[in-house]
Structure formats: structure tokens, C-alpha cells
Design a protein around this ligand. Structure first.
Ligand SMILES: O=C(O)[C@H](O)[C@@H](O)[C@H](O)[C@H](O)CO
Ligand SMILES: [Zn+2]
Length: 299
């Protein structure tokens, strides 16, 4: 058994770091700073970061098979060409809700991109309620709405057999499961599989591991927790030195390392001094479990 080691590998003050994705081809971690309106890449080899500024809050990204990234940004699904730094709109949502923006998202096993919306935060975790929806962008750029009445649409991922979609609406303090038809991209039968306990914080981003267990980053909880969606039990808690842990993904050689994004929006001077690495990117090694490679958007 190796022991768990946690290191802040990118010591930046991202306002809301989110949506970490390991891009194996380039050997880099890609992620967004939502309110900082940036798409960023960090190379563990060079220890350098690169970023592209965009014109709206960018909630999440996915790798794109044809190159570059698919973004859930403002109230649009867009494509980012990394070399030209060019953003192209693919589809728009929530056109009747000008105060909404996209939040977390992920590419499904069939190359579709799922992402949800929320009302822009008044302050962290405070929103006008029920304004968000969960959407799928298909490779032909058509959009499917799964459901509405969401507060803060957050983490998504799929079971290893692709039959279940896991989903988090943060203010429900729960992780949900839905039946997922990977052939059509439709979802049904939403139910809770894990309820967060007092003190765990607010469920935010998540990812599945190679054993089918879910890792959930807990905002204001300073931790990632590993849960068994079959039994509804928490299996493990890994605490970090900052409270605003927002999302996690596996990456690195063989997907054996975990990367965790964090935020600093909403912290006052005293809190920032107490947790100076808030907003940084952390690497956790020694978890003893691997992740799976991210899917790529097929459109
Ligand atoms: O990153 C996100 O998902 C939201 O945009 C953030 O603002 C917070 O994490 C959220 O408020 C906690 O649920
Ligand atoms: Zn989030």
C-alpha cells in the first residue's frame, strides 16, 4: 500500500477552477476558470500553464475528436480551436433566461456533450432557484433537454456499463442516478443514490473510477469523497488544505493520479491568507485506484 500524497501543482488563484480533463495525446490537464473566463492547460512535463480568455463564463469543457475543445459557455455550446484561440458557437440554450450560464459538463461514451445551466450566482452557492436545466449537445449540434427546475447543475458521469447517468444538482445535497440509454442519449427515472452528511459540504464535480465508484468534490467541504452508488455508502474521504474543492478527474500515467480543481471566489482577505492555495490545482497520488480515459465529442 502506498500512502496518499497531495500536492498543489498549479499555485494560481483561479476564481473558480473547474472541469478538469486529462488530454492524453498532449499529456496535459485541461480545465476552466469559470468566472475568470479562461480555458487553461497545464503540462506536468514543463510545469507551465497556458490559457485562452473567452468572452463569457465558461462552465466546462470536453475534448473534441476533430481537435480542440467543446465548451459550455455563457448560454451556448461552443467549439474552441486551441491554436487559433477561436471560439465558434454551435448551439444556444435558455434564450428566455438572460441571467443563466452553463456550469459543469462532460462528454458521454457515445461522443455527445452533456452540460447543465444555472442562474448566475449572487454569491457562491447562492442563486435564484430552479432556473437551470440539463442538456445534451449531439454531434450534429442539435440539443436535447433532459429536465429543468435545477438549482446548480453540476457533476455528471456514467457507470462503466454506460446504463446509468450520475448527476449532481448541488443544492439538493445529493448524488442522483438516472437510467441512461446510450444509444439515444435519453435519460429517465431520476433518483438519489447518496445524500451528503452534515459537514461534508456541497456536492460539486465528480468522476467515476475504474471500479465503478464515484469521486465527488465537496465545495466548502475541503475534500473529495468516494462513494459506492450501488449501496449508497461512503467508502473514503480525502481531505485537502483548502475548503473550496470544486471537481476532480483522473489523469497522468495510466490514469492513476487524481487532479482536483479549487476556487477562491467569495473568500475574504482573512480566509485567503488562511488558505493561500485556494484556487490552485492539486494532484493526489497513492489512491490505489485508477480512472478511465475521458470521452471525446464526436461533432
Ligand atoms: O463550480 C461550480 O460548479 C459553481 O459554478 C461554483 O460556483 C460552486 O462550485 C458552487 O456554488 C457550489 O455548488
Ligand atoms: Zn461545479
Amino acid at each position: 500500500m502506498t500512502s496518499i500524497n497531495i500536492e498543489c501543482v498549479v499555485n494560481e488563484r483561479y476564481r473558480i477552477g473547474e472541469s478538469p480533463v486529462w488530454e492524453e495525446k498532449e499529456g496535459v490537464l485541461v480545465y476552466v476558470d469559470i468566472t475568470g473566463q479562461k480555458v487553461c492547460r497545464w503540462s506536468p512535463k514543463t510545469k507551465q500553464t497556458e490559457s485562452v480568455s473567452v468572452e463569457a463564463p465558461v462552465g466546462s469543457l470536453g475534448l473534441r475528436k476533430s481537435g480542440g475543445y467543446v465548451l459550455a459557455m455563457g448560454t451556448s455550446f461552443s467549439a474552441l480551436d486551441w491554436k487559433d484561440k477561436k471560439v465558434t458557437t454551435l448551439a444556444c440554450v435558455d434564450e428566455d433566461k438572460p441571467n443563466n450560464r452553463f456550469n459543469d459538463g462532460k462528454v458521454d461514451p457515445n461522443g455527445r456533450f452533456l452540460a447543465g445551466t444555472m442562474s448566475q450566482e449572487i454569491r457562491p452557492a447562492v442563486v435564484e432557484r430552479n432556473q437551470g436545466s440539463l442538456y445534451t449537445l449531439f454531434p450534429d449540434h442539435t440539443v436535447l433537454k433532459h429536465f429543468d427546475m435545477v438549482d446548480i447543475s453540476n457533476g455528471v458521469d456514467w457507470s462503466l456499463d454506460h446504463k446509468t447517468l450520475y448527476y449532481i444538482d448541488s443544492l439538493s445535497y445529493a448524488v442522483d442516478a438516472l437510467d441512461y440509454d446510450v444509444r439515444t442519449g435519453k435519460s429517465s427515472n431520476r433518483r438519489h443514490v447518496y445524500k451528503l452528511e452534515e459537514g461534508e459540504g456541497i456536492p460539486d464535480g465528480m468522476c467515476i473510477d475504474a471500479e465503478g465508484k464515484l469521486w465527488v468534490a465537496c465545495y466548502n467541504g475541503g475534500r473529495v469523497i468516494r462513494i459506492d452508488p450501488q449501496t449508497g455508502k461512503r467508502l473514503q474521504t480525502v481531505k485537502l488544505s483548502v475548503d473550496k474543492t470544486t471537481s476532480c478527474c483522473f489523469g497522468g500515467a495510466d490514469y492513476s493520479e487524481m487532479y482536483v480543481t479549487t476556487a477562491c471566489d467569495g473568500m475574504d482577505e482573512e480566509q485567503r491568507q488562511r488558505q493561500p492555495q485556494s484556487g490552485g490545482i492539486f494532484k493526489i497520488t497513492g489512491l490505489g485506484v485508477k480512472g478511465i480515459p475521458p470521452n471525446e465529442f464526436a461533432g
